[in-house]
Design a protein around this ligand. Structure first.
Ligand code: PLP
Length: 484
């Protein structure tokens, strides 16, 4: 970092504008808070609404920045070690779609992990690209998706030498980090562009104990939800690029397409401030969090029937690291799945966690987490461990997934084809128009455009019979398939 990271050009420009108290004949219609519902004004205070502005004098234009937004983006690039950064007001999802559309177009190949976020499928649909799916490794005993093996990536790239690039996620929603350096090296050796999904990993750049960020390892592009891990407002994210493998002009054109023409200045200001805070105080804040979470993880892992994976994951299933400030806990040995754990924590202890799946509850710590929150979680987990011990049979790991089915048409063709819904028993042989994702492990068994094979149908039948959770197959709703 070479720039003065205390500087917050966009936030300052907004305060300057507000201080001038102009007669507001510009959009939005609430006119700097005067037209807001009084109950909200009462609760939130007027200043926040005064900052809800548009491209007025001195506040620049996100789609053609040359003033404080350009400066704020340059400071973000400096903080994360990128060449250029782009503020995102439609979340990382908008960045991922734009990045994919900047690397591939209709009929071109891109290698993507099968367990990628759904915005990747949207990127495939919009670009018309042909996905070459790569499976992440699965940690069978822990029931967790690990990383992608670089050897597998190399072999797949060799068989698809015309692929334009690779998309990879690290850390995952469950805080698992892959061998990003290895994957970048393979991609570049094959002449491809590497796009990193760091929706959950943007804080990693500010503390040496965290697995290094993808840009520091040579990624061409990183999409980061600062709202998830770096303290900005929900929906605000950043996309960074390095080098010239990804065409910046094409990216800008795609961002214009995926982003609102009325970007929220509240979101933009929050990015400016979050960047400054992370760059100037991030190390200290993360240090406190890492110490707190390490101690909590040790205590959780020592509770009978409770698991809290961390260091023990590394080296298995292409896992190179984990995010310590994400407490991933399981009470499966007490016979309790992550959904129930989530519900009990909410109803009996007033603790709201991020997510529960078949095995795990994901407790996301962040810049605002205090020891008292962690103590409440520890108290609850101690209590759960005592109350449920020896009462139920442990949950068993899910069986292996069926082989990935053949692709009959691209995700784009399947998405835009006429569709109908059929019950699972009638789905065999049909082309799927949606994703079906069992948890665990959170890897789709079928993606849009793929054929529902006999293996897939048998797997779906078994999931339904065992009452396992399958995203995309809501009760009685059937499967969306391409109309024949
Ligand atoms: C792995 C991953 N990538 C991308 C996204 C999309 O991020 P956003 O919510 O900022 O659009 C998410 C959101 O949960 C995610 O988990």
């Amino acid at each position: 970092m070479k720039k003065n990271q205390r500087h917050t050009p966009l936030f300052d420009a907004i305060l300057d504008f507000v201080a001038q108290a102009p007669a507001p004949f510009f959009i939005p219609s609430h006119k700097m808070g005067r037209g807001i519902d009084p109950r909200w004004l009462d609760f939130a205070g007027e200043n926040i609404f005064k900052m809800d502005l548009s491209e007025v004098r001195g506040l620049d234009d996100l789609h053609r920045p040359s003033g404080p937004i350009a400066e704020a983006q340059a400071l973000a690039a400096d903080a994360w070690g990128a060449d250029r950064s782009f503020f995102l007001v439609n979340g990382t999802s908008a960045g991922i779609i734009a990045a994919i559309c900047s690397v591939v177009s209709e009929g071109q190949k891109i290698i993507v992990p099968r367990n990628a976020h759904k915005s990747v499928v949207f990127g495939l649909i919009i670009s018309g690209a042909v996905p070459v799916y790569i499976s992440a490794e699965v940690h069978a005993e822990k029931g967790l998706v690990g990383g992608v093996s670089k050897e597998k990536l190399d072999a797949l790239y060799a068989a698809n030498a015309d692929a334009k690039g690779v998309f990879a996620v690290s850390p995952s929603y469950h805080g698992v980090c892959g061998d990003t350096r290895g994957l970048i090296d393979v991609t570049h050796a094959r002449g491809g562009v590497f796009i990193a999904d760091e929706a959950h990993g943007n804080h990693a750049y500010f503390h040496e104990k965290l697995a290094p960020g993808a840009l520091a390892l040579g990624a061409d592009c990183a999409c980061q939800s600062l709202h998830k891990m770096s303290g900005s407002l929900t929906q605000s994210s950043v996309l960074h690029i390095r080098g010239d493998r990804l065409d910046a002009g094409r990216l800008e054109a795609n961002l214009r397409m995926t982003q609102s023409t009325s970007p929220s200045y509240l979101l933009l200001a929050s990015l400016d401030l979050a960047r400054s805070r992370m760059a100037t105080q991030g190390r200290g804040m993360l240090d406190r969090l890492i110490r707190m979470s390490d101690a909590a993880r040790r205590e959780l892992a020592a509770l009978p029937g409770i698991e809290a994976p961390g260091e023990d994951l590394i080296g298995e299933a292409a896992i190179a690291g984990y995010d310590p400030i994400r407490l991933v806990v399981s009470a499966r040995r007490l016979g309790m799945d992550g959904y129930e754990l989530c519900r009990i924590l909410r109803e009996a202890y007033n603790i709201e966690i991020e997510f529960g799946d078949h095995f795990y509850g994901i407790c996301v710590m962040g810049l605002g987490t205090v020891q008292e929150d962690v103590d409440r979680l520890l108290f609850a987990m101690r209590d759960i461990s005592e109350r449920y011990r020896g009462r139920r049979a442990p949950l068993t790991p899910a069986g292996a997934l069926p082989p990935a089915p053949p692709m009959a048409m691209t995700p784009r063709a399947a998405h835009f084809a006429e569709r109908t819904r059929v019950p699972v028993r009638e789905a065999e042989g049909r082309i799927c128009a949606q994703m079906l994702v069992p948890y665990p492990p959170g890897i789709p068994v079928v993606c849009p455009g793929e054929l529902i094979t006999r293996d897939i149908r048998a797997f779906l039948d078994e999931q339904i019979e065992k009452g396992r959770h399958l995203h995309g197959l809501e009760e009685g709703n059937g499967i969306a398939v391409v109309r024949e």
